[in-house]
Every structure is written in C-alpha cells, then in structure tokens.
Design a protein. Sequence first.
Length: 608
Amino acid sequence: MCGIVGYIGESQAAPILLDGLSKLEYRGYDSAGIAVFDGEHIQVQKSIGRLKVLSELTHDGATMPGTVGIGHTRWATHGAPSKDNAHPHFNQDETIAVVHNGIIENYLKLKKYLEGKNYHFTSDTDTEVVAHLLDYYYKGDPIEAITRTMHRVEGSYALGIMFREHPGVVYAVRKDSPLIVGHGRDGNLIASDVPAVLKYTRNVYFIQNEELAILSGESITFYNVDGEEIQKNSTTIDWDINAAEKAGYEHFMLKEMYEQPKTVRDTLNPRIKNGTVVIEELGMTDEEINQIQRIHIVACGSAYHTGVTAKYVFEGMARIPVEVDLASEFRYRNPILQENDLVIVISQSGETADSLAALREAKNKGIKTLGIVNVVGSSIAREADTVMYTWAGPEIAVATTKAYSAQLIAEYLLAMRFAQARGEITESELSSYIRDLRKLPEQIEMLLSNKERIQHFANRYISAKDVFFVGRGVDYAISMEGSLKLKEISYIHSEAYAAGELKHGTISLIEEGTLVAAVLTQEVLYKKTISNIVELKSRGAFVLAVTNTGNTEIEKAADYVIYIPQTNRWFTNSLAIIPLQLFSYYVSVGKGCDVDKPRNLAKSVTVE
C-alpha cells in the first residue's frame, strides 16, 4: 500500500524515481508525486491518477533536473485523492520534503499542537504533520530533528526525507512499514520493495524498526532511534530481474498463473530429501513437535484461505487441533494461548500489518511462532521464531496466484512433517504423499493448457451480477478463494458458502440463470454435494462443477464440468483452484477491468 522511492547519485534522479515507482504500481495508489533538488530549490510535481500522468507532466522526468530526489505513489487514507493531499509534502518554507507510507495515529493531537505554534496546513493528510514536526525540531542537525520526530509520532511509518540545507543526502526511517536501501554502482536508493531497485542494484539493506538510514551518493550510514550509529549487513537479491517483468504476457496475473508449476517445484524440491520431508529451517525436533497441543493459523485474504485448507490437512493428517483466525480479529478476541501452542502466521509480503500485529501478540505471550512468507528479510520473517520461505519470486499482480499455491505447498509439507513425527502416518503413506506432490507441477501445467475452454465459458458471464461458490470440507476452502479471485478483479458480487448451509438462508438468493460454481474433490462428500447441486438447479441455477477425473456422475446434475487430475484428497486445492483462477481472469479481461491493479485494492496492506 503506497510506494516510496528515493535516489541520490551521479544520474538524473527524476527518470529513476519514475521508473522505480512504476515497479511499485502493484501496491495500489490514486496519486503520485516526485521531489528533486535542482541545485537551489526542491522542485515538486504531483498528479492524480496513474503514474503515466506524472510521467507525461514531467516529460519522463526531463523537466526536473537534479541528481537527488524522492518519489511516492499514494493510497488515500487521510484526505481524498487530490494534488494537495498527494506526496511529497513540504514544511512551510519548502525546505524539507517528506514522503510517507503508513498512518500517524496521533496526527490530530500533533496537528493541534503545531497549529498553536503558528504552523499552517494545506492538506488533509497525516503526513504533513511529519513535515512540520521535522521543521519544528530542526536546528541545523537533520539526525536530531528526525530522531526527535520519531520519539513524538505514534503509529506506522516509512519516511523518505530531503533537507534543502543538506542537498547531498537522502534520509530514510521506518517503523512497522517496509523500507529498503539499495547500494548501487552509480548511486544509492531507498524503496518500499525490492522490484523498484533491481534495475540498479542487487545489494539491499533491510531497515528494521526505528532505524534511520543516511544516504549520500557514495555511502550509506545507519543509526538507531537514539542517533547512535549501527552496523548492518547487506543482502544480495538473486531474483532474475525478468521475474518482475511481464515477459510477453498481457498481464502479470496471467504470467504468474503460468509460473505456478515452477513455484510449486521451487517450494517443494528443497524439502524432499531421501524420500522424506526435511524442513531444516523449522528447527524443531520430533519431541518438540509432539509437545504441540494446538496450532493457531493467522492470516489475511488469500493467505487466510490457505489456512482454512491447512486446518483440514493438519487435523486430518497429523491429528493436531487447529484454529484459523483472520489476523485483524485475532488480537481483539483475546485468544486463549497456552504454553505448548504454535502460532503460524502466513503472509506473502511478510509486512501485512494485521498479521504482524498478531505475531507480536503471540510472542508477547511467550508462544512459539512460525512465519510462512515469500519475502526474505521481511518483518514477519525477522520477528518470527522460525520462518519457512515460499520460493515464489516477486508477485506483482494484486490478486495472488502463485504465492497462494506456494503457501499451500508449505502447509502440506508442514502437516506431513508433523504427522510423521507424531506417528500418525506410515512410511508407505508418506511415500504416497510425496509422489502425489511431485506430480502437482505437471498436473497444473495440464490444467493451464486448457485455458481456451475456460475462456470460452468465462465470456458467457461477463455481465453476471452475482456468482456463488459452494463446496464441503476442503472444497469449501477452495470456494472461498475462487470467490475472492472473481470479486477482486472483475467487481462481480460473489460469495462462497459451505454447501450444507444453503438451506439456512442462502438458497433464497438463487434466481433463474444464477451461476453457481460447485467444487467436488472430496470423494466421501460427492453425493451430499450433488444433492445440493440438484437443489440449486431446481431453483434455476446454472451450475459449473469442478471435480476429479472419473466423477462422471456429476454430469447428470451440473450444466458444465471441468475435470482436474486425480491426486491425494488433501492436495486437491492446488489443482481445483487453477480453473477458478483462469475463469476470474478471463471474466475480468472480458469486462475491460484493470486485471493487475484492481480498484481500491493494494498488494501489501501495511496499515490496519
């Protein structure tokens, strides 16, 4: 949510800022702006709407000379999208420029205080408070002004700051909102995420909470909140830079769907050794695994849906009780956590604010935590007791596909490891599970190759007003994700229901021609779900069924059937979700929606 880029070096800053911001568009935004020091003043340009408007306004940065600058794409929180509310923000005499991600929770109190000191505000944002507060504390020493401001503000923030009196320096600071520093050959950079700097460097520093970075063209220095210098080690990013580009695909989402077989292999293969599951980073002995009394899975959005699947898998395979919580609800229900519980926090970015808060809640209560994340060095990865990475590479589309698939694989492997340690599965069963997991990439490729048939079906429902997804057991979890995919990128109202709940109210919404997607991958539940389909058909529904090869009985009840290959019943989500992803994608394309950047949504939700 929101994006920050900063640059200082030998090259013209504005084109680099615009290029970096373009790599962060997936985060979601409604306005953009850049500030560049031209040798005398800090020049600012802002625009409403897409970044291309700002690029056209500045002739791709050519009209803003200077080798030091900061840029921002804003997601409106405090104040509507407008030029006045767009970043960067100035102090009153325009000698300090600030860009900010996050939320200053005590900004109204600070604003009132500053107004009492004759500071005047031109925007509705919380960020302008930071600019004026920096001015209030600035007595010639930027570090002192920044650290005093850090002590005063409450909430989350990542800040990029320029002082006109110190034109050879960019300052960066963070608390609970991601920010990185890149060390390049021709200059140094700050950014909200790695893709913004990959074109210029692969050497990255991850700024931790309440740390300050000072960048010149030649050096980078780090300080803590008390202004004391600290030492940090850089991380080398080994992504292929093309992984953050479309590579000929029309949309990032389509490209990332086609990367799912590789994602599954990359997450799976390093953890299968000598015919068994080896999760070295878990750092837990068989004895420690046997001591686990309950697992709490905490996540948001699609990651939460993988957690719902994981509940069925852990309980069915490893016989460990599992609770699944939306991270935004976890803290506030005052969860009962006990000594031998394990809290698993799942997040693609590793920076999801609610998930990070839930992690800290668990740690404050002394509960062991495990993070399942995709981004190396992210906040959840650093703060969890242990971390299991999903090797999905950069995911740019807001609607997750490959990160979702990688999370499922990680959870399958964990369940298998726990089941083995607790003696709940035999060596023969484990070998069978591993064989089925190894087949998944090829099976996903086969389903993706069937896209034309799904595209043809999707074209019939471009004008749909309501779509319902139903299933039982693991199929209900699949339905939840299928429904989310459709609503978030096509803006069609969609809901997922446990099929057995239909007669408890939902079936009253079914009208003639209403599309219902029914998922049937659990053989023991075929007959019950088919009975629900018959009920839906009798009310006029058109039923799309996603089921296993061989379940031909469904053809008597459903109007349209998509078959998925046979696999173990615990792993069917990895296959059944593929046609639902494709269906959502082609409906969105047919409607002319912005597939990769759907309205009102952001890739990484870094505020509560």
